[in-house]
Ligand binder design. Structure first.
Ligand code: C2E
Ligand code: CA
Ligand code: CA
Length: 646
């Protein structure tokens, strides 16, 4: 617009038209130059600007559209993710809970409610710690009463009704808007625990009868022994075996055999108290553990009841069968205190009951050989041992005690040495006679073994005499089987001759039961021994319930009071009376009295006071190797003037 101000002033009207044309010609370029050209340029610029704006707008619109689409997409993703997480949390089988700073439940999933037995929405605000058993809470809470981070801790929770649930707990912490939260994940492992229990049942129970199996029996026996040791009580162990079970299996078939075993298990369980254990070891072998009994008689009563109960007819399907059983009994701690040996004892006693004619029980006695030692294997190695002479003798001294008034003490004089056999077994180590003498007797090898003992003991006695030791008896235990034939007399005579042993230093110990039936043969043998100058003593006296008067008819010199009476002589009036009676009567009959198994000062004092002649037992000396015995004697000779024995 500024260009209009530059126009020149107009001339007169006369020359108006001419001037007009001229003017037009003149002005036009000017107009063009000063008016149109800038105007069109301006318009073009405007257009351009307008285009630019439009482009920008389009671009912006595109941008907005794009952003909106993006937002929608992102939103959908968020919703998806939320749904996903929600589904994961809600669908989880683990209880998932968020706890606030006080350990209260802020949020939880359905599984948590299910585990704890709450209705939906009812867990909020509850303290999780109180849903654990006190013991478990202690294990996962810090001193501030808050959970510390754990992973898979095995605990016990308590549901709403007080039921105990085994769980695995994992806890982690996180912060949100400066507040500390915990996430707890709880896995209910009841089923797994139940499964494990089922597995354990399989491992510890017999599947046929549901009774404890051998393994559990072992565990229970160990526990029973522990309790009995603490409370000073007895434990009875019964081994039961059905007589001729194989016949039932063979004639009726295994199905009926199984029925019989199940019925037997039922009868045994019904018969016993809750605290007793009945177990099936396998086959037709059952065991019973009796706790809290005070007497052998208690165990015997149970055995009698069992025999009676098993003796009642069994209904096996359409069949009716009569079955009997054999029972072995052993008692902790009277017979042994070692589990393995107790089991062996009861088994051995059961075997004895079978030998006694079945449908019976037998108490363990040390004479019974344990089956567990594998009779057959033992027999084979025993035969070998007899050949290889894998045996040795130990000697246990017998003493006469002399009172020394000057020093107010007793001095011991060794008047005898009892030879006791041991087997140096390649696997089992040094075995005592209880473990193999019954086998030697059962196999007849005792005759050979007995001869070896006699010869070895005689050789040793002669060696001691030659070494200048004061004279004393060497006593040898003789088994019943050795006495069965008269051969023994010739055998002894031969050995005395061979070894140069004088008969008057040899003593033979026969048990009371061996001389109970005084047959002519036995009396003749004993007389022959006497003629050789040999001393005869009656071992284990008191156990065979024979009267001393019976001995009068036999050529015997000594009685050895059984260890079982000596053990209780200061504690039990009855046993003391028996000991007193034996000493008194024996002296009247002109017999010497030996007390075996003297273990305490009190027993020794009692026996001396009651004029027992000779004492033997751990209190004075244990059995020992020949070399040690010699050393003991040399020592005694040096410290006390010894009188020679008669
Ligand atoms: P036994 O003839 O009554 O022998 C005494 C047993 O009591 C021995 O056991 C001895 O070691 C043990 N004893 C000794 N003093 C004490 C004590 O103070 N306390 C306790 N608790 N025990 C004591 P061992 O040597 O085990 O002999 C056991 C049985 O084996 C003997 O009883 C005997 O009957 C038999 N025996 C041993 N050697 C032979 C043998 O050569 N031939 C035969 N046929 N039998 C033998
Ligand atoms: Ca003896
Ligand atoms: Ca004895």
């Amino acid at each position: 617009m500024f260009a209009l101000e530059w126009l020149p002033p107009l001339p007169s009207v006369a020359g108006h038209i001419l001037d007009g044309a001229l003017l037009t010609i003149l002005v036009s370029p000017i107009l063009y130059l000063f008016l149109f050209r800038p105007l069109t340029a301006h318009i073009a610029a405007l257009r351009q600007a307008q285009d630019l704006l439009r482009q920008q707008r389009d671009h912006l619109e595109e941008e907005v559209r794009h952003r909106t689409a993006e937002l929608v997409e992102r939103n959908r993703e968020i919703v998806d993710r939320e749904v996903h997480y929600r589904a994961v949390v809600e669908g989880a089988s683990e209880g998932i809970l968020t706890l606030d700073e006080q350990g209260l439940v802020v949020r939880n999933n359905m599984a948590a409610e299910k585990i704890f037995g709450f209705a939906p929405g009812k867990m909020a605000g509850m303290p999780l710690a109180q849903m654990l058993t006190p013991d478990s809470a202690k294990r996962c809470l810090g001193s501030d009463g808050l959970f510390y981070p754990v992973s898979g801790l095995s605990l016990e929770a308590q549901n709403k009704n007080g039921g105990i649930i085994p769980i695995l707990l994992s806890v982690s912490a996180f912060r949100h808007e400066n507040i500390r939260y915990h996430t707890a994940i709880i896995q209910d492992v009841s089923e797994r625990v139940m499964f494990e229990k089922r597995l354990a049942r399989l491992a510890y129970y017999d599947s046929l009868t549901g009774l404890p199996n051998r393994r559990l029996f072992h565990d229970r026996l160990g526990q029973a022994i522990e309790r009995a040791r603490r409370d000073g009580e007895l434990v009875g162990i019964l081994f039961l075996d059905l007589d001729h079970f194989k016949d039932i299996n063979d004639t009726l078939g295994h199905l009926f055999g199984d029925l019989l075993l199940q019925e037997t298990a039922k009868r045994l369980s019904n018969l016993l108290r809750k605290e007793d254990t009945v177990a099936r070891l396998g086959g037709d072998e059952f065991t019973v553990i009796l706790e809290g009994i005070s007497d052998v008689a208690d165990a015997e009563d149970v055995a009698k009841k069992i025999l009676h109960s098993i003796g009642q007819p069994f209904k096996l399907g359409e069949h009716e069968r009569y079955v009997t059983s054999s029972i072995g009994i052993t008692l902790y701690p009277l017979d042994d205190s070692n589990i393995e040996r107790l089991i062996m004892n009861a088994d051995g006693a059961m075997y004895q009951a079978k030998l006694n004619g079945r449908n019976a029980y037998a108490l363990y006695t040390p004479k019974i050989l344990s089956k567990t030692m594998e009779r057959v294997a033992l027999e084979a190695s025993f035969r070998k041992a007899v050949k290889a002479a894998d045996f040795l003798l130990q000697y246990q001294p017998e003493f006469v005690l002399h009172y020394q008034p000057e020093v107010d003490r007793y001095s011991g004089e060794v008047v005898g040495a009892e030879a006791l056999i041991r087997w140096q077994h390649p696997e089992f180590g040094l075995l005592g006679p209880i473990q193999f003498i019954p086998l030697a007797e059962a196999t007849g090898l005792i005759v050979q073994l007995g001869e070896w003992v006699l010869r070895t003991a005689c050789k040793q006695a002669v060696a001691w005499r030659k070494a200048g030791l004061p004279p004393f008896h060497v006593a040898v235990n003789i088994s019943a089987l050795q006495l069965k034939n008269h051969e023994i007399v010739a055998q002894v005579a031969r050995i005395l001759e061979e070894t140069g042993m004088e008969g008057r230093y040899l003593e033979l110990e026969l048990t009371e039961s061996m001389v109970l039936d005084k047959n002519e043969g036995l009396i003749a043998i004993l007389r022959d021994f006497k003629e050789m100058g040999i001393t005869i003593s009656i071992d284990d006296f008191g156990t065979g319930h024979s009267s001393l008067a019976n001995l009068q008819l036999l050529p015997v010199d000594k009685v050895k009071i059984d260890i079982s009476f000596v053990r209780n002589v200061t504690r039990n009036e009855h046993d003391a009376a028996i000991v007193d009676g034996i000493i008194e009567m024996a002296h009247k009959l002109g017999l010497k009295v030996v007390a075996e198994g003297v273990e305490t000062e009190e027993q020794q004092a009692y026996l001396l006071e009651h004029h027992c002649d000779i004492l033997q037992g751990y209190h004075l000396s244990r059995p020992m190797a020949a070399g040690d015995f010699e050393a003991l004697l040399v020592n005694l000779v040096e410290t006390t003037p010894l009188k020679s024995s008669s």
